[in-house]
Write a protein that binds this ligand. Structure first.
Ligand code: HEM
Length: 319
């Protein structure tokens, strides 16, 4: 089996890029929650001024957060460029270099979608910016995982997985979560589809519970941990969803009236969005692990059958 090398600086840079994306998404989420998306009519300039020289500290809240979001996006852009440079210098695997380039390309596309959302004043693009952002973060987390020591250790000594284990679920669950994310996006940006979004949450939860139970049975720690995380995040997400629903639409039966712009509403809406991103990421990383273990198990069994064939006596009876 090929021994993979650990590159500490590449790993740290990938981790730093993913971590720097968290405040970017929180501020971006806050911008949409509060309706600050059109604080500036222009992009890439802010009120006609260069992004870096624009004085934003003493601006109104909408400009402060929207400009802060743009600057954080720039920071993530620089980190992604550094990631590609370091990967081209040190990464021994071509596909790792390609994933780093894909991260940079996605960050650029994400910036363009965000900018066009402003210049076109388009809610559809705002929704696309939200969904694509979650996918880019998932890609960054995937890169961090495959550059980590644990991934390499597992590659060198993979635990055994029963044949056919969990593949269909590994495809289904992230797709269901992504679909649920779409429904959430419609609700957030177009204020439509509350009931489909609420009902589908329980379909997602059932599938996550099934996947969690099968991970527990597999006795593979590398799968059990993310499956546990996935279940907890899923339950927490539903609770935040209930909070967002009550604070956005009110609960007349309990005498609760929704107040636009209240801190409770802001908190629940942005926290629900962020947890949705983390939920999508966890389900995808779990699935990647399932497929990785299948691939490693397959490689090992073909190596074993090759070495068994090599040790068979040949026609002259030599071993
Ligand atoms: C599997 C569980 C769930 C997931 C993955 C999920 C995901 C999401 C996401 C990602 C968004 C924002 C989308 C965007 O900004 O592009 C959203 C919005 C929303 N979700 Fe969920 N959700 C779940 C469950 C629920 C539940 C159970 C409820 C209500 C009982 C709910 C109520 C809402 C509401 C009210 C919004 C709009 C909030 C706003 O206007 O900011 N969600 N959901």
């Amino acid at each position: 089996m090929n021994q993979q090398q650990y590159h500490p600086w590449l790993f740290r840079l990938a981790l730093a890029t993913a971590i720097a994306t968290l405040p970017l998404m929180i501020v971006g989420g806050h911008v949409t929650t509060e309706g600050y998306g059109m604080a500036f009519p222009d992009w890439p300039t802010s009120d006609g001024q260069n992004m870096l020289t624009y004085s934003w500290f003493h601006q109104t809240a909408d400009k402060f957060y929207e400009h802060g979001h743009r600057l954080l996006g720039m920071l993530v852009g620089f980190l992604s460029i550094a990631l590609v440079i370091v990967a081209c210098k040190v990464a021994d695997r071509k596909w790792i270099r390609n994933v780093c380039i894909a991260v940079l390309a996605c960050v650029i596309i994400q910036g363009i979608i965000g900018g066009t959302r402003v210049t076109e004043n388009s809610k559809g693009l705002a929704m696309a910016h939200g969904i694509f952002g979650a996918c880019v973060f998932t890609l960054m987390s995937f890169l961090t995982m495959v550059l980590g020591k644990r991934w390499i250790a597992i590659s060198n000594d993979p635990p055994v997985l029963p044949a056919g284990y969990g593949r269909r679920l590994a495809i289904t669950v992230p797709l269901l979560v992504l679909f649920q994310y779409f429904l959430g996006g419609f609700l957030r940006h177009f204020k439509t589809g509350l009931h489909p979004h609420m009902s589908f949450a329980f379909v997602v939860l059932i599938f996550v519970i099934i996947e969690f139970r099968s991970a527990r049975k597999s006795e593979v720690k590398w799968l059990k941990r993310p499956a546990m995380g996935m279940l907890h995040i899923g339950i927490f997400q539903i609770l935040l969803g209930i909070g967002a629903w009550i604070t956005v639409f009110g609960l007349p039966a309990a005498g609760f009236v929704a107040k636009t712009g209240s801190w409770q509403q802001s908190l629940f809406r942005t926290a629900h969005l962020m947890t949705g991103i983390l939920f999508l990421m966890t389900t995808v990383l779990y699935s990647v692990r399932v497929f990785r273990l299948h691939q490693l198990n397959k490689n090992r069994s073909s190596e074993q059958s090759l070495s068994a064939t090599d040790s068979l006596p040949n026609a002259e009876g030599n071993v």
